[in-house]
Design a protein around this ligand. Structure first.
Ligand code: NAD
Length: 394
């Protein structure tokens, strides 16, 4: 099969097997070139391991910290005629890389009790207790394991209709969008999907199974962002879910006191991922942000950013840099006055006509295609490839 990108709105329905492998390898190479990090990790569990910040975390833990890594993600397998999800290829590439003692990925719904039980079995059978759990799930839905309710998150502002500039990434057009406010039900659903309850469920299950090592640490990721994105993000339904993560971090830390453990929320930089490309308005903000950060020589992609998180916040001897809510702040560069003043200036004047001058649409689009394995040097995109990677798919 010859695999080309097929883009529908903010998703690409195809993924390139060799391109995804090249993307994983590029990240492994970057981490190995940066040198080892001593974070005292033997075993790390990464939930949402197959893309974006979760994949970067798994790579830094495995290739940078020399940890065994167990990952969980929800994937679409390939068939003879259809490519798999990008994450399926990313997991295959990670597990094939010679990266230290033990690596495995479990394909399943991380919200489900059955998947949690599978992880417990895998840890008991081989890995042993974990030192680190990275909670990096980003999902539009959650089937609640206790109530059976299917919650759908709704990324909406709160209060009044929000009229704001946005970007049609495929057409390169700066537009004005009117976003209806979310209801109480939308907020409750978004909190159920993207809030902290499932993180707490994971800790319960692993703690009860005796699988948290002394001094165990766990991280979940948030986005605080700039004044420009607050109306759609931090002040909207998603912000309510992220505030619930802050609540859960405190509850988990209390629970972990007997083993000297801690839970922290880390506020990360904006990057292009499957999850972030679904958020209205954010694409325009990011294309301006990337241009400004690249001009000032401080831009980071997911792997550079997560490497900095581990090296400066988790490594032995590195004291975490916390805000008043106890969050680790990795968004310090994005939110610095040097960057934000310039992004805000550009935001007020950007139009379709001057987008190339003020924003980095090309970089944004290239990052988006790379998520699905397209645009890597050295990959022959006209060659026939086997979407099943020669596996018996059944
Ligand atoms: P992503 O879309 O790249 O990755 C999401 C991961 O979750 C994938 O591995 C996917 O397979 C997995 N997943 C989704 N539903 C699942 C399920 N039911 N069971 C198992 N796995 C499932 O997303 P991302 O942008 O890396 O987001 C990860 C976290 O980082 C989120 O909490 C997000 O809010 C946060 N964050 C992202 C940004 C950004 O700009 N992308 C910035 C700050 C914080």
């Amino acid at each position: 099969m010859i695999v080309k990108p097929r883009i529908r709105g903010f998703i690409c329905t195809t993924a390139h097997p060799l391109g995804c492998a090249a993307g994983v390898q590029r990240q492994i190479d970057a981490v190995q070139a940066a040198g080892p990090i001593d974070a005292g990790l033997d075993n790390a569990l990464v939930l949402g391991c197959s893309g974006g910040y979760g994949l970067a975390s798994r790579i830094v833990a495995g290739a940078g910290c020399g940890a065994n890594t167990l990952g969980v993600s929800l994937e679409k397998p390939p068939s003879e005629k259809r490519t798999a999800s990008a994450g399926w290829y990313n997991n295959a590439a990670f597990d094939a890389a010679p990266l230290g003692p033990r690596a495995a990925a479990i394909d399943g719904d991380a919200f489900a009790d059955a998947t949690k039980a599978e992880v417990v079995d895998a840890l008991k059978a081989g890995f042993g207790p974990i030192d680190l759990l990275v909670y990096s799930l980003a999902s539009p839905v959650r089937l609640h394991p206790r109530t059976g309710v299917l919650h759908r998150s709704a990324i909406k502002p709160l209060g009044e209709t929000l009229t704001m500039k946005s970007l049609n990434v495929n057409q390169g057009e700066v537009t004005q969008v009117a976003l209806e406010p979310g209801s109480e039900e939308d907020t409750a659903n978004t909190v159920a999907v993207m809030g902290g309850e499932d993180w707490e469920f994971w800790i319960d299950v692993l703690d009860q199974a005796g699988l948290l090592a002394p001094g165990f640490r766990t991280l979940a990721f948030t986005y605080l962002g700039s004044e420009l994105t607050w109306p759609i993000y931090w002040d909207g339904t998603l912000g309510q879910a992220k505030a619930d993560l802050d609540r859960a971090a405190n509850a988990i830390t209390e629970r972990l006191a007997p083993i000297g453990g801690s839970a922290r929320v880390a506020s990360l930089k904006g990057v292009v991922t499957q999850a972030s490309s679904a958020i209205p308005v954010v694409s325009l903000y990011m294309s301006l942000l990337f241009k400004v950060m690249k001009e000032q020589g401080v831009h980071e992609g997911p792997i550079e950013h997560i490497h900095r998180l581990f090296a400066t916040q988790l490594a032995k001897g590195a004291g975490p840099r916390l805000d008043e809510a106890g969050r680790i702040r990795m968004d310090d560069v994005e939110l610095s006055a040097e960057i934000q003043d310039e992004v805000k200036r550009r935001w007020s004047v950007v139009t379709t006509e001057n987008l190339n001058e003020f924003g980095d649409l090309e970089g944004y689009q290239a990052d988006f295609l790379k998520i699905f394995g397209f645009g890597f040097e050295g990959v022959d995109y006209d060659a026939d490839v086997d979407p099943t990677l020669g596996r018996d798919i059944g």
